[in-house]
Ligand binder design. Structure first.
Ligand SMILES: CC(=O)N[C@H](C=O)[C@@H](O)[C@H](O)[C@H](O)CO
Ligand SMILES: CC(=O)C(=O)O
Length: 308
């Protein structure tokens, strides 16, 4: 891992591999790291988040997964970010201390979503109590209002945040409100905070407004293609960048009509990587064989600009 390096580019939101009987399967994480680096050209991971079913795991499982990712990623990955958000403040604090102790490169926290903070001060107070348990670890707020129901705008949250949370380093922004994202970037010089976008099908629009990179589930299997989009955007070759966004979007548009979530993501990574990611945990249910056939056919049918 590379301490101090700014988080940018692509970050894969990892799935949690499980055995057919629903136990976490640590044994394949070693292969998963090698696959991301060599096949997808992705060197950052976000562990135990939405895609990782972090909120469906117990504390012990979350710690074991964090340890395995940090250990396997030590020589191979740039950043291993551990999501430590929880409904219970002491549990979140315990996970933050644990992430610090094992040498994670960052921690992230979602807004508590049963009893919800109703304003910026309440949310900041919660985040501060978690962040201060890991005083040397970069802290990221994970904004995902579609799932948490906490709609406090990030632009508002960021005002004065560094004074309250000295380790504050950036935001994983999983919302379609690009006005909010733009105002965040406009007010908080990019050198100071990292803004990682989390709606993969719209990443190009977020890059145009100044996002530093992206955290998402699709970079597990479309990482190499999305990296080519980032390169085209940087060149700049906007037409080529658009072509990549159109094509990744074509796949996501197709599967979203079939019903697309974490279970489906696990199935797609399994057939693309050959690494068995297993079923999701209830309340999520495993995919049908029909989904796998259709998704695979769709992915195989796409003709990419790089000739693949
Ligand atoms: C709700 C959700 O899981 N969002 C992910 C990250 O934030 C995304 O990576 C999506 O999985 C992706 O954009 C596909 O819709
Ligand atoms: C997408 C993402 O960052 C997550 O699964 O948590």
């Amino acid at each position: 891992m590379t301490p101090g390096k700014k988080l940018e580019g692509l970050v894969a939101a990892t799935v949690t591999p499980m055995t057919p009987d629903g136990q976490i399967n640590l044994s394949v994480i070693h292969k998963y790291v090698d696959y991301l680096v060599s096949e997808q050209n992705v060197k950052n991971v976000f562990v135990n988040g939405t895609t990782g079913e972090g909120l469906s795991l117990n504390i012990q499982e979350r710690k074991q997964l964090a340890e395995e990712w940090v250990c396997q990623g030590k020589e191979k990955l740039d950043h291993v970010i551990i999501h430590v958000g929880a409904l219970s403040l002491p549990e979140s604090q315990e996970l933050a201390r644990h992430a610090a102790a094992i040498g994670a490169s960052g921690i992230a926290v979602i807004a508590p979503f049963f009893f919800k903070p109703t304003n910026k001060n309440e949310l900041t107070a919660f985040l501060q109590k978690v962040a201060s348990e890991a005083p040397a670890v970069p802290f990221y707020y994970y904004h995902i209002p579609s799932l948490t129901g906490v709609k406090i705008r990030v632009e508002e949250l960021l005002g004065g945040i560094k004074e309250q949370i000295p380790t504050f380093q950036g935001v994983k922004f999983s919302d379609t409100d690009l006005l909010d994202l733009a105002q965040c970037i406009n007010k908080n010089e990019r050198e100071q905070f990292a803004f990682l976008y989390g709606v993969d099908e719209q990443l190009l629009s977020a890059l145009a407004i100044g996002a530093d990179g992206a955290v998402g589930s699709t970079y597990n299997y479309l990482g190499r293609k999305t990296n080519l989009m980032l390169q085209a955007f940087a060149k700049p070759d906007l037409a080529l960048a658009q072509k990549y966004q159109f094509l990744t979007g074509e796949f996501l548009n197709f599967v979203s009509k079939l019903g697309f979530g974490v279970a489906q993501t696990k199935a797609v990574i399994t057939f693309v990587s050959g690494i068995p990611m297993g079923p999701p945990r209830l309340p999520l249910v495993d995919v049908s064989e029909e989904f796998i056939i259709k998704a695979k056919d769709k992915l195989d049918s796409i003709v990419w600009p790089d000739g693949d």
